[in-house]
Design a protein around this ligand. Structure first.
Ligand code: FPP
Length: 237
C-alpha cells in the first residue's frame, strides 16, 4: 500500500484508431485491437510512474454492438483474455480495478471474471483502473435517474435531496473523482458519449496518433501539457 497519498490525477482515455492502425498495415481490425490491448498494459504501468491516481479507459461503447459479429466477439474475447492474463499483475502492483457500463447484456462468464477481479483488487490503492465496458454516458444517466425515481417512490429520497452530488453518487462512477484530463487518440475531435456528466470541467487533449501508437513518451508529454493549463472551473483568473 502507498503510505503517501498522491494528489488526485484522473486521466480518462478514448482509445480510438485501432481499426485504422490495422487497415494501414493491411491487417484485420482485430489485430489492431490486439495491439491496442498491448498498449493498455504499457499505459497502465506508465500511469503508476506518472502519479496518475485514476485511469479510466473506454473499451467498448453502447454503440459498438453495431460492429460486425466477428469484431464484437473478438473484442469480448480480448477483454476476457486481458482479465485472465493481467489479474495477478494488477493485484501485485496494488491496482484496483472497476468496471463501468451496463453489464446486463454481457456474457455471464465475462461478468463473472469482471466481478472476481473487482473483488480481488478492491482494497488496492496505488491506482484505480476503471474499464468502461458497454458504457454510454446517456445510458448511465438514464440508469441513475431510474434508481433515483425508485428511491423517491420508496420514500428513501425526497425531491429536494436531488442535488448534483447526490445524482453523481448514482452514476456508475459514484466512487470516482471527475476526470481531470480526457485524451482521445486518432485525430478525431469528438467526445462520443464518454463521461458527459463527469467531464464538464475536464481538460481535453486530442492526439493524432492511433491508439496502438500511443506510446509512453506521448503519454508523458500529454500529461505535461495538461499540467501547464490554467484550470479555472468557471471562476475569474
Ligand atoms: C476504437 O478503435 C477502439 C475500440 C472500440 C476498442 C478499444 C479496445 C481495446 C484497446 C482493446 C483492449 C482493451 C482492454 C481494456 C483490454 P476503432 O476500432 O474505432 O478504430 P477506427 O476508428 O480506426 O476504426
Amino acid at each position: 500500500m502507498n503510505s503517501i497519498k498522491n494528489e488526485i490525477l484522473h486521466v480518462a482515455i478514448i482509445m480510438d484508431g485501432n481499426g485504422r492502425w490495422a487497415n494501414a498495415r493491411a491487417l484485420e481490425r482485430l489485430k489492431g485491437h490486439a495491439k491496442g490491448a498491448e498498449r493498455v498494459r504499457h499505459i497502465v504501468r506508465a500511469s503508476l510512474g506518472l502519479n496518475v491516481t485514476h485511469l479510466t479507459l473506454f473499451a467498448f461503447s453502447t454503440e459498438n454492438w453495431r460492429r460486425s459479429e466477428r469484431e464484437v466477439a473478438g473484442l469480448m474475447s480480448l477483454f476476457r483474455a486481458y482479465i485472465i492474463s493481467e489479474s495477478a499483475k494488477l493485484q501485485l502492483n496494488d491496482i484496483k480495478v472497476l468496471f463501468i457500463g451496463d453489464r446486463t447484456p454481457l456474457d455471464p462468464k465475462l461478468i463473472f471474471l469482471m466481478d472476481e477481479l473487482e473483488t480481488l483488487t478492491k482494497s488496492n490503492d496505488a491506482l484505480t483502473l476503471t474499464i468502461a465496458l458497454n458504457y454510454g454516458g446517456r445510458d448511465e444517466i438514464i440508469r441513475a435517474t431510474k434508481q433515483i425515481v425508485k428511491k423517491v417512490k420508496l420514500g428513501e429520497l425526497i425531491e429536494n435531496d436531488i442535488t448534483p452530488e447526490v445524482f453523481s453518487l448514482h452514476l456508475d462512477t459514484g466512487s470516482l473523482p471527475n476526470p481531470d484530463l480526457i485524451i482521445r487518440t486518432s485525430g478525431e475531435y469528438r467526445t462520443s458519449n464518454f463521461l458527459p456528466w463527469q467531464s464538464v470541467y475536464s481538460e481535453y487533449v486530442f492526439e493524432k496518433v492511433n491508439w496502438p501508437d500511443f506510446n509512453n513518451s506521448i503519454y508523458e508529454k500529454t500529461i505535461k501539457e495538461f499540467k501547464s493549463r490554467n484550470r479555472r472551473y468557471g471562476s475569474a483568473k
